[in-house]
Design a protein around this ligand. Structure first.
Ligand code: FAD
Length: 644
């Protein structure tokens, strides 16, 4: 057994993005000795890439805004499948989380009268996104890191050790959540640089590992987003909720091929950018669905007036929720009205002076100049849909962020399901991280405190099994002569990405999803023989071989749930069931690991690993339903829900 390090903590947070750091700060402030683990360098999380801003109903730019309006927009965006209590907590608490960031040193852009500035974004009725140019995530992470350091300095003064109560383990990957009976007892992982294994024992573990985008070929996500936290929870016995809902952001770069998928922030449209097809037409006016008709402009003139006079005009259709815009772009390209490289045109050059573009969208200006040799102040960008965000995730209790069915396990941020329903509004992720990161840290600390005198025991056989699982790629060759030579993890990854992109992508069809499930079964068999050469010191091939387990599990969940849901809603579009169906409004789909041994028993990889069940959602609280007009509810709710 090669475990070199074994430490005891009260709370272990897996992930150091916005959700993980906010959870860790809260847990430490509530007295729990807290460890944070991240796969990449400290500070390099998805959160740092967030561009547009944090949604919070502060009402700084339009006093009409309040938590109720934010709640309504979030439910509409999620097509009423949101875990409504999460949407309520999020809308109520987001402003306090943004103001708190400011007290910790965040410097947001300001309004003329000195308040935090807020910008327009798709699906938000009022300007609501607090921002720092188009680099908001960078400021958020910088501020949270600064707060971590401040707490460590406090601890140093008291204990003589900066890391006595809050320690960051960077470039370390967790591969298993360990358990004592039903409850959590810690985590097992490896250091990426040395390849050495470690165990952190703790009664409470917060999963905050972000998304799953790297299972798809065209994505805005970076290399870390291999669905690890989703898989860790599944393997530990927790269910995943509504995994069919994957968000394809409408505007990713489409050219050159090396940068395909990189995000073009929604702020471009929020600040006045428009979408045109190859005929120069602003086509979004043709794609306003009935449920949104009353709220969106019918002519270019009205849409353009809205930017200066939002109280007397309706919003431009470019600011519809992301799922609507992504589908519209897809349809234009399919109809032969796309741009030369298979996207459409997004133009700010004719809408704003060059100096305003450079000031408001500095990252976009540089991104296009450096990566595509396009000057966005002088010519339009070419853009198309890119896999961006997963709405599905670990099923959690709304108030405490506790994962369902596994005592001691908590989840927050993109890895947690429920909050965004079938589609997330832009800006609602950064606020989600802060609201539920704090709640996860709070409840994890409380849970750990209550068990201080009866800590769970870490079982050595589980550590041995986790180590054997992690070492398997080094001995893939020759395990079974009939199996053939080892498989290259990079080839397997490429095939997986292509499969998910082509067969479970933005527009889904039954026969293609069945094909995808067959291909996933084949890839699972081959992944058992994923082999690597060399040693454990910084070996990216080995790391990918281990990540494949997670991506295959998560992809199966997405494909299984997408096949099951025979309607189109939010991020899930079925060509064979193009309409939203009210009878599906109150149905959640839960994915669980079929193998009760937690995947340690080898089992038959050809067979599906996931079992899927349906569950009826909790009825929406009457005072929250009362925030909507009856005519609107009729479009979403099932007959019996309306009656109740
Ligand atoms: P992340 O920030 O993704 O952090 C995950 C952490 O988990 C990382 O530290 C990673 O190293 C670690 N990790 C992963 N697996 C393991 C493992 N096995 N072991 C140990 N550590 C692990 N949202 C908005 O609200 N507004 C925006 O303007 C916006 N812009 C965006 C722009 C881009 C380009 C992208 C990609 C996303 C954007 N989003 C935006 C979405 C938002 O940034 C993410 O949803 C959010 O940052 C996720 O935060 P998180 O804390 O859940 O996870």
């Amino acid at each position: 057994m090669s475990v070199v390090d074994r430490q005891e903590w009260d709370v272990v947070v897996v992930g150091a993005g916005g959700a993980g750091l906010r959870a860790a700060i809260e847990a430490r402030e509530r007295g729990a000795r807290t460890a944070v683990i991240c796969k990449s360098l400290f500070g390099k999380a998805h959160t740092v890439m967030a561009e547009g801003g944090i949604a919070a109903a502060m009402g700084n730019v339009n006093a009409g805004d309040n938590w109720q309006v934010h709640f309504r927009d979030t439910m509409r965006g999620g097509k009423f499948l949101n875990q409504w209590r999460m949407a309520e907590l999020h809308a109520r608490e987001a402003p306090a989380r943004v103001w708190e960031l400011e007290t910790w040193g965040a410097l947001f852009d300001r309004t003329r009268d000195g308040r935090i500035s807020q910008r327009n974004f798709g699906g938000h009725e009022y300007p609501r996104l607090a921002h720092v140019g188009d680099r908001t995530g960078l400021e958020l992470i910088r501020t949270l890191q600064q707060k971590v350091v401040a707490l460590q300095q406090e601890d140093f003064k008291e204990t003589g050790d900066y890391e006595s109560r809050l320690k960051v383990f960077q470039e370390c990957t967790v591969t298993r959540v360990l358990k004592d009976g039903e409850r959590v007892s810690g985590v097992f992982g490896y250091e990426r640089e040395s390849g050495r294994f470690f165990v952190l024992e703790a009664p409470a573990v917060v999963i905050a590992t972000g998304g799953i985008g790297k299972s798809f070929k065209v994505t805005s996500n970076s290399w870390e987003y291999t669905g690890d936290g989703h898989a860790l929870a599944l393997l530990a016995g927790a269910p995943l909720l509504n995994m069919e809902f994957v968000q394809f952001h409408p505007t990713g770069m489409v050219w050159p091929p090396s940068v395909k998928g990189i995000l073009v922030t929604e702020s471009v449209r929020g600040d006045g950018g428009v979408l045109r097809n190859s005929e120069g037409k602003r086509f979004m006016f043709d794609y306003v669905p009935d449920v949104f008709k009353e709220k969106y402009a019918e002519s270019e003139e009205e849409a353009d007036r809205w930017y200066d006079d939002p109280d007397h005009n309706r919003r431009p259709p470019e600011l519809l929720p992301r799922d609507e815009v992504a589908r519209a772009i897809n349809a234009e390209v399919k109809a032969g009205r796309g741009s030369p490289h298979g996207g459409v045109f997004l133009d700010v050059s004719t809408r704003m002076p060059a100096d305003v573009i450079k000031r408001r969208l500095p990252s976009m200006y540089h991104q296009f100049k450096e990566l595509a040799d396009v000057d966005i102040t002088a010519e339009p960008m070419e853009v198309g849909p890119t896999c961006h965000y997963v709405m599905g995730g670990i099923a959690v209790d709304s108030d405490s962020a506790a994962a369902r069915g596994v005592p001691g396990l908590f989840a927050a941020g993109e890895v947690a399901g429920g909050m965004h329903g079938s589609n997330r509004l832009g800006g609602n992720s950064l606020s989600d991280l802060l609201v539920f990161g704090r709640r996860a840290g709070w409840h994890a600390a409380e849970y750990a405190g209550e068990r201080a005198s009866a800590r769970p025991r870490v079982d050595d056989t589980q550590i041995d099994a986790a180590a054997a699982e992690a070492l398997r790629p080094f001995s893939a060759e020759g395990e079974e002569p009939a199996d053939g030579p080892p498989e290259n993890p990079y080839t397997l990854h490429q095939e997986l990405q292509q499969t998910m992109n082509d067969l479970v992508g933005i527009i889904r069809r039954e026969h293609e999803m069945r094909q995808a499930l067959e291909k996933l079964a084949e890839l699972r068999v081959r992944a058992r023989r994923a082999g690597v050469e060399g040693h454990r010191q910084f070996n990216p091939g080995w790391h990918l071989a281990l990540d494949l387990r997670n991506m295959l599990l998560v992809s199966e969940c997405v494909a299984r749930a997408a096949l099951e849901r025979t309607e189109s809603r939010g991020g899930h579009t079925r060509e064979d069931y193009p309409a939203m169906d009210r009878t599906w409004r109150n149905v959640n789909l839960l994915c669980r690991l079929a193998d009760p041994s937690g995947g340690f028993a080898a089992g038959d990889p050809v067979r599906g690993q996931i079992s899927l069940t349906r569950e009826t959602t909790e009825p929406i609280r009457p005072d929250l339903l009362a925030l909507f007009e009856k005519e609107e509810l009729v479009k979403y709710l099932a007959e019996e829900e309306l009656y109740e």
